[in-house]
Design a protein around this ligand. Structure first.
Ligand SMILES: [Zn+2]
Ligand SMILES: [Zn+2]
Length: 119
Protein backbone atom coordinates (compact mmCIF):
# COMPACT_ATOMS: atom_id res chain seq x y z
CA UNK A 1 0.00 0.00 0.00
CA UNK A 2 1.37 3.37 -1.02
CA UNK A 3 -0.34 6.27 0.66
CA UNK A 4 -1.13 9.40 -1.31
CA UNK A 5 -1.97 11.97 1.30
CA UNK A 6 -3.57 14.10 -1.39
CA UNK A 7 -6.40 11.63 -1.87
CA UNK A 8 -6.16 9.03 0.88
CA UNK A 9 -8.39 9.54 3.89
CA UNK A 10 -8.46 8.14 7.39
CA UNK A 11 -10.27 4.80 7.38
CA UNK A 12 -11.96 5.64 10.67
CA UNK A 13 -13.28 9.15 10.26
CA UNK A 14 -12.31 10.07 6.70
CA UNK A 15 -10.22 12.93 7.97
CA UNK A 16 -7.28 14.20 5.97
CA UNK A 17 -3.90 12.61 6.61
CA UNK A 18 -0.65 14.36 7.31
CA UNK A 19 2.81 12.87 7.03
CA UNK A 20 4.63 12.62 10.33
CA UNK A 21 7.59 10.52 9.29
CA UNK A 22 8.96 8.40 6.47
CA UNK A 23 6.07 6.09 5.61
CA UNK A 24 4.15 7.24 8.68
CA UNK A 25 0.96 9.30 8.47
CA UNK A 26 -1.58 10.53 10.96
CA UNK A 27 -5.19 11.55 10.70
CA UNK A 28 -5.52 15.24 11.40
CA UNK A 29 -8.84 14.70 13.15
CA UNK A 30 -8.74 11.48 15.19
CA UNK A 31 -4.93 11.15 15.26
CA UNK A 32 -5.05 7.56 14.08
CA UNK A 33 -1.64 6.52 12.83
CA UNK A 34 -1.47 5.04 9.36
CA UNK A 35 1.59 3.26 7.99
CA UNK A 36 2.27 2.57 4.35
CA UNK A 37 4.41 -0.35 3.16
CA UNK A 38 7.63 1.41 3.96
CA UNK A 39 6.40 2.58 7.33
CA UNK A 40 5.40 -0.97 8.26
CA UNK A 41 8.74 -2.42 7.21
CA UNK A 42 10.67 0.33 8.94
CA UNK A 43 8.69 -0.02 12.15
CA UNK A 44 9.16 -3.78 12.17
CA UNK A 45 12.90 -3.51 11.57
CA UNK A 46 13.68 -0.71 14.00
CA UNK A 47 17.44 -0.62 14.22
CA UNK A 48 17.86 -4.19 13.05
CA UNK A 49 19.55 -4.74 9.70
CA UNK A 50 19.93 -8.51 9.63
CA UNK A 51 16.34 -9.69 9.24
CA UNK A 52 15.92 -11.75 6.05
CA UNK A 53 13.52 -10.32 3.46
CA UNK A 54 11.26 -13.35 3.84
CA UNK A 55 10.94 -12.71 7.55
CA UNK A 56 10.07 -9.08 6.90
CA UNK A 57 7.39 -10.23 4.48
CA UNK A 58 5.97 -12.70 7.01
CA UNK A 59 5.84 -10.12 9.75
CA UNK A 60 4.54 -7.17 7.76
CA UNK A 61 2.71 -8.66 4.77
CA UNK A 62 4.62 -6.32 2.48
CA UNK A 63 5.47 -8.20 -0.76
CA UNK A 64 9.07 -9.32 -1.15
CA UNK A 65 9.37 -7.41 -4.44
CA UNK A 66 8.38 -4.19 -2.68
CA UNK A 67 10.88 -4.82 0.12
CA UNK A 68 13.57 -5.43 -2.51
CA UNK A 69 12.71 -2.08 -4.08
CA UNK A 70 13.27 -0.39 -0.74
CA UNK A 71 16.66 -2.10 -0.52
CA UNK A 72 17.54 -1.09 -4.10
CA UNK A 73 16.59 2.47 -3.30
CA UNK A 74 18.83 2.37 -0.25
CA UNK A 75 15.91 3.09 2.06
CA UNK A 76 16.60 0.01 4.16
CA UNK A 77 19.79 -1.99 4.46
CA UNK A 78 20.15 -5.21 2.55
CA UNK A 79 20.11 -7.96 5.18
CA UNK A 80 21.71 -10.43 2.79
CA UNK A 81 24.36 -8.19 1.35
CA UNK A 82 25.18 -7.70 -2.31
CA UNK A 83 28.96 -7.60 -2.29
CA UNK A 84 31.28 -10.52 -1.74
CA UNK A 85 34.41 -10.16 0.34
CA UNK A 86 37.28 -10.55 -2.12
CA UNK A 87 39.36 -12.36 0.44
CA UNK A 88 37.09 -14.88 2.15
CA UNK A 89 33.93 -14.81 0.04
CA UNK A 90 31.64 -13.74 2.84
CA UNK A 91 28.63 -11.65 1.89
CA UNK A 92 29.00 -8.04 2.83
CA UNK A 93 26.96 -4.92 2.33
CA UNK A 94 29.59 -2.60 0.94
CA UNK A 95 33.23 -2.28 0.06
CA UNK A 96 35.62 -5.03 -1.03
CA UNK A 97 36.36 -6.83 2.20
CA UNK A 98 34.47 -7.91 5.26
CA UNK A 99 35.34 -6.33 8.56
CA UNK A 100 37.46 -9.24 9.72
CA UNK A 101 39.50 -9.29 6.53
CA UNK A 102 39.88 -5.54 6.49
CA UNK A 103 41.36 -5.74 9.94
CA UNK A 104 43.78 -8.55 9.15
CA UNK A 105 44.82 -6.97 5.85
CA UNK A 106 45.62 -3.81 7.72
CA UNK A 107 47.73 -5.78 10.19
CA UNK A 108 49.50 -7.90 7.58
CA UNK A 109 50.22 -5.23 5.00
CA UNK A 110 53.65 -3.68 5.71
CA UNK A 111 52.65 -0.56 3.76
CA UNK A 112 50.27 0.19 6.55
CA UNK A 113 52.89 -0.43 9.22
CA UNK A 114 55.65 1.89 10.26
CA UNK A 115 58.92 2.00 8.35
CA UNK A 116 58.09 -0.45 5.58
CA UNK A 117 60.76 -2.61 3.97
CA UNK A 118 64.37 -1.55 3.63
CA UNK A 119 67.20 -3.10 1.64
ZN1 LIG B 1 -9.39 9.84 11.53
ZN1 LIG C 1 36.49 -11.56 4.41
Amino acid sequence: MIIDIGTQRCSRCHGALEQVGEGVYRCKLCKTEVLDDFGRVKRFLGDRTDIPVKEIYKATGVPVSVIRDFIDQGRIEDPEGKEICQRCGRKIREGRYCQDCRRSILLADPANGKGGQRF
